[in-house]
Design a protein. Structure first.
Length: 42
C-alpha cells in the first residue's frame, strides 16, 4: 500500500482531521494534504 493511501486510511480510522495530524507532526495541513494525494513526500 503506497504511503499516501496508508496515511489517509490511518488518519480516517483514527478519526483525526488533517489539521490534527499536522499539529501532531509539526507540519502544515497543506503538507498532510500533499502527502495524502501523493503530491510530495518531503
Amino acid at each position: 500500500m503506497p504511503f499516501a493511501n496508508s496515511l489517509y486510511q490511518a488518519r480516517r480510522k483514527s478519526g483525526l482531521s488533517q489539521e490534527a495530524v499536522a499539529e501532531k507532526l509539526g507540519v502544515s495541513r497543506q503538507t498532510i494534504s500533499k502527502w495524502e494525494t501523493g503530491g510530495s513526500l518531503r
